[in-house]
Design a protein around this ligand. Structure first.
Ligand code: GSH
Length: 210
C-alpha cells in the first residue's frame, strides 16, 4: 500500500492503554509506522515541539505527513476511515456507535479503578492494595456493564473483533491480573483478547526497569 509515513508517539514504559489501542489498530491494519517513545516522568511530552504537534501534550499522538492528532479514540476512528481495508470498528452504524460508547465510557468513567489499579498491574505485574469502597463500587459497575454487553458469552462484543474489545479487556485486566474477583466468563473473554497477536506484540514490548 502506498501510504504517507506514519509516526506514533507513546510513553516510554509502554503502559498507556490509550497508546496501546492505537498501536493495536495500526498493527491490525498492517500499516507501517515509526514508534517514538517519550519519557513522561521526564516531561518529554511538555517540550515545545511535542506541544505543537499534540496540542494536548499527551500520548498517544499520531503524525501522518503534516497532520498530527491526539486522543486515542479520535485516532483510531480516523485510521478506520482513512485506511478502511481492514476495519477495527463494526460496519453496522448502531454497533459502531455502541463500540464508540464503550470506548468513551472506559475513558471517562471508572476513575477509582484507573487510580487504584494502574496499568503497572497489567504491564509490569505490580500488585496493589485491596480496593477502596469507591473502587469496589466501580468494579461492580464495570462487571455488570461487561456482563450486559457480553450477554450469552460471545467471543467479541459485536460478533467480530473490534478495537473496543481490546479497551474493555485492558480495563478488566486491571482487576484480573491483580487477583481481584472477576466472573470466570469475563476472565475468559479478557484472555481471548489478550491472545491476539497485535495485543501480544504490545504486551511483549521491551520495558525499562522501574
Ligand atoms: N483521553 C486520552 C488520554 C491520554 C492520556 O491520558 N495519556 C497519558 C498517558 S496514559 C499522558 O499523556 N500523560 C501525560 C500528561 O498528561 O502529562 C486518550 O484517549 O488518548
Amino acid at each position: 500500500m502506498n501510504q504517507p509515513p506514519l509516526r506514533l508517539y507513546v510513553d516510554s514504559l509502554y503502559t498507556s492503554p490509550y497508546a496501546m489501542s492505537v498501536f493495536v489498530t495500526l498493527r491490525e491494519k498492517g500499516l507501517a509506522f515509526d514508534l517514538v517513545t517519550l519519557d513522561l516522568d521526564a516531561a518529554q511530552n511538555q517540550t515545545a515541539d511535542f506541544a505543537r504537534l499534540s496540542v494536548t501534550q499527551r500520548v498517544p499522538t499520531l503524525v501522518e505527513g503534516d497532520f498530527a492528532l491526539s486522543e486515542s479514540s479520535a485516532i483510531t476512528e480516523y485510521l478506520d476511515q482513512a485506511y478502511p481495508e481492514t476495519a477495527v470498528y463494526p460496519a453496522d452504524p448502531k454497533q459502531r456507535a455502541r463500540a464508540r460508547q464503550v470506548q468513551a465510557w472506559l475513558r471517562s468513567d471508572l476513575l477509582p479503578i484507573r487510580q487504584e489499579r494502574s496499568t503497572l498491574v497489567v504491564f509490569y505485574g505490580q500488585k496493589m492494595p485491596p480496593l477502596s469502597a469507591d473502587a469496589q463500587g466501580a468494579a461492580r459497575r464495570l462487571i455488570s456493564a461487561a456482563q450486559a454487553l457480553l450477554a450469552g458469552n460471545p467471543s467479541y462484543l459485536f460478533g467480530e473483533w473490534c478495537i473496543a474489545d481490546v479497551d474493555l479487556a485492558v480495563m478488566l485486566n486491571r482487576l484480573i491480573l491483580n487477583g481481584d474477583s472477576v466472573p470466570t466468563e469475563l476472565v475468559a473473554y479478557a484472555e481471548r483478547q489478550w491472545c491476539r497477536p497485535s495485543v501480544q506484540e504490545w504486551v511483549n514490548l521491551r520495558r525499562p526497569a522501574l
